[in-house]
Design a binder for this molecule. Structure first.
Ligand code: SF4
Length: 335
């Protein structure tokens, strides 16, 4: 008998509506909003499926009039709730409400550190509204994480993003190359190289989990190379039309919550998803990529490389499955 793991995380794209119109947004492919019944069905199945994380995304989830009821229900089920928002609607009352209702973290997207660039992508005044949202969330003690879509337009701003994060009490930065537009080996290589350089330069500001130094880099490459995509097995993504996919970036539908129970869709997906060590959307061998960078990066001392790689190793060791776009390699956690 095959032992099944739990469905550790669900991404719930509860609406396709948004008050902004970012050019890279995947929600634009949908015109629907998930009905409340379907959402309740999903939330109620999380107990049996032993789900731990619920990422509430959109469109802009805060546009739903019933969003606080949804969040409240999720909180009562004991889920760790991460709200993904564009931030422009968060005022001090909403920040307080999110805190009172038990939202654990808010993930905001930041395209640039420059006001005119953000306003060009998100509309006039967006930068200031995002800054205010960060202040309100900080005031309430809700952790703010930044999702940074990386393209050739902002690849030179990596250090500025880190400084922005340090100055604004951000907990985590997650860098992520934009799919279709600029997701290729070159941009991943530039990004990883810069992340390593920042580890050297901002060592004091960066938080590292307790780790023991590893002796051989090859140990890390081996663990990295053996990791399997988690999508469809420990992660499911629910779209605003009720269709379910292995992750937000793969469009192939595994079923629809309006027609089937989540558990049924998950079990079928679990057995049918061929787990792969290469991400279906990224199509990059990370172990090879990182190996090339580590051997060639001249600006970073061997001590820093050892420290960073050891910390990464401790975060992923023992895991067989991990989303390769969500690996600690792409994150910087701040003190
Ligand atoms: S590894 Fe790739 S395909 Fe798998 S869940 Fe992550 S982004 Fe999706």
């Amino acid at each position: 008998m095959i032992a099944m793991k739990n469905l550790a995380a669900i991404i719930l794209n509860c609406t396709s509506r948004c008050n902004l119109n970012c050019y890279y947004c995947a929600a634009k492919e949908f015109t629907d909003e998930l009905d409340r019944n379907s959402i309740e069905k999903i939330l109620n199945s999380t107990i049996e499926l032993k789900t731990y994380y619920l990422m509430i995304a959109g469109g802009e989830p805060l546009l739903r009039s019933d969003i606080y009821d949804i969040l409240d229900h999720a909180n009562k089920l004991g889920l760790v709730i991460i709200l993904m928002s564009n931030g422009t609607l968060i005022n001090k009352y909403i920040a307080k409400k999110l805190k009172d209702i038990g939202v654990d973290a808010v993930r905001l997207t930041l395209d640039s550190t420059e006001e005119y660039k953000i306003d060009k992508i998100k509309g006039s005044g967006a930068y200031r509204k995002i800054l205010m949202a960060i202040n309100y969330l900080n005031h309430e003690g809700i952790g703010v994480n930044l999702n940074i879509p990386i393209s050739y337009d902002n690849i030179n701003e990596i250090e500025q993003f880190l400084n922005f994060a340090i100055n604004n009490n951000i907990r985590t930065l997650r860098f992520s190359p934009i799919i279709k537009k600029d997701l290729n080996v070159e941009i991943c290589e530039i990004l990883l190289r810069q992340i390593l350089v920042l580890h050297e330069k901002y060592n004091e500001n960066i938080s590292y989990i307790d780790y023991e130094p590893i002796n051989e880099l090859d140990e890390f490459y081996e663990v990295l190379g053996n990791l399997r995509c988690t999508g469809g097995r420990m992660l499911l993504n629910v779209n605003p039309d009720g269709s379910i996919t292995k992750c937000p970036y793969v469009r192939r539908s595994l079923g629809n919550i309006k027609e089937n129970e989540l558990k049924e869709i998950w079990i079928k997906s679990y057995f049918n998803t061929k787990s792969s060590s290469i991400c279906e959307v990224m199509k990059i061998n990370l172990a090879v990529l990182l190996g090339n960078i580590v051997y060639n990066v001249k600006e970073v001392s061997i001590e820093t490389i050892r420290k960073v790689v050891s910390a990464w190793y401790f975060m992923i060791k023992g895991k067989e499955e991990y989303c390769l776009r969500d690996l600690p390699l792409w994150y910087i956690n701040l003190r």
